[in-house]
Design a protein around this ligand. Structure first.
Ligand SMILES: [Zn+2]
Length: 71
């Protein structure tokens, strides 16, 4: 009986958040979880444009009772 059973190394992979392409989760993939620098920049750009969105008239305080717990 052998205790040293070779465990099949399953390469971890993730899907690129931008293009859904499988990306190997390893140090070699320097842009993980993105497949490339391009996809990383695209995602960051999308996030930034969301973050820098100026709250305009669509923000209507009082209308949305998000802060008030329903009783
Ligand atoms: Zn990608």
């Amino acid at each position: 009986m052998r205790e040293s059973d070779p465990i099949p190394k399953k390469p971890r992979a993730v899907s690129c958040p931008t293009c859904a392409k499988p990306v190997a989760w390893e140090p070699a993939s320097s842009w993980r979880p993105f497949c490339s620098e391009r996809c990383k920049l695209i995602d960051i750009g999308a996030w930034a444009s969301e973050a820098y969105r100026v709250p305009g008239p669509e923000l209507d305080p009082g209308e949305d009772g998000d802060d008030v717990p329903p009783l």
